[in-house]
Design a protein around this ligand. Sequence first.
Ligand code: GRG
Length: 304
Amino acid sequence: MRTAEIARDVPRIDLPLAKIAADIDALFERVLVIPSDPSARLLNAMRHAAIGGGKRLRPLLACASADIFGVSRHLSVRAGLAVECIHVHSLIHDDLPCMDDDDLRRGKPTVHVAFDEATAVLAGDSLLALAFEILSDPETHPLAEVRVELVRDLAHAAGAYGMAGGQMLDLMPMEQPADMEAIARLQRLKTGALIGWSVECGAILGRAGTEERTSLRGYAQNLGLAFQITDDLLDVSGDPSSVGKRLRKDEAQGKETFVTLLGEERARHQAQILVDQAIEHLHAFGQAADLLAAIARFAISRDR
Ligand code: GRG
């Protein structure tokens, strides 16, 4: 089934996406205040990267997961803001000449192009630090033990045993012949760890039990891989004006991906299987998890 055909069955999540985008932009406006000294350049670079772009999928996952446990959106959107800070930090650094060397992101010039490399490094670093400042603020949760769990788990997901570790694997030549397990391991770290925390933070805020957390982890693991397969498919056959970044990069860099290994049709089929499995994990939550299910379907039907 082609991406467009899958899309016909997708419940529309335009409204939740538009709402979370507005909420995240409003919070970024609040926290990224421009000082009246030359360090204004740093804040302008952070705002350039963070405000007014991206799908805001991780914040929406955080809120949808927390909704299941009746957590106030006032709290969950702050957790969503924190993970978006880390995500934007990773995009800024990923685009640097020493990494992927990209000049276009979210339809705009990348930060090192619009500003300069040193400013881009600092903007990324500052967003990484900001994530933990947001989480450790009592406004995110009144209980210190909840805040510590949020901080510790996000630090783990962003660092050497999560996203940064996955990026390291991605920068190294892959053992040949590449196999599915090696690619899945890399992507579980590089993309999956942050998606995993986005879902997990709802359970942390909602003080969910072990069984509920296990179900959400199963959902997030399947979703992370399905999301990445779709990213690989968009790189091969997406429309650059919708995706907002340069495409066909994997092929140009000779990178092994789910698509080079499986081919487009099988990769699409595999993404659908993973989304079905992700949704299976939500069964016990009933209708309370409808938004999480809709996000999973959107993750593989998207064109951006
Ligand atoms: C120093 C902690 C630390 C990390 C830096 C650069 C880096 C290590 C990691 C890069 C991780 C990375 C860029 C992963 C790509 C993940 C991915 C699929 C990004 C696209 O996500 P979307 O589609 O983007 O959600 P939008 O723009 O919609 O938010």
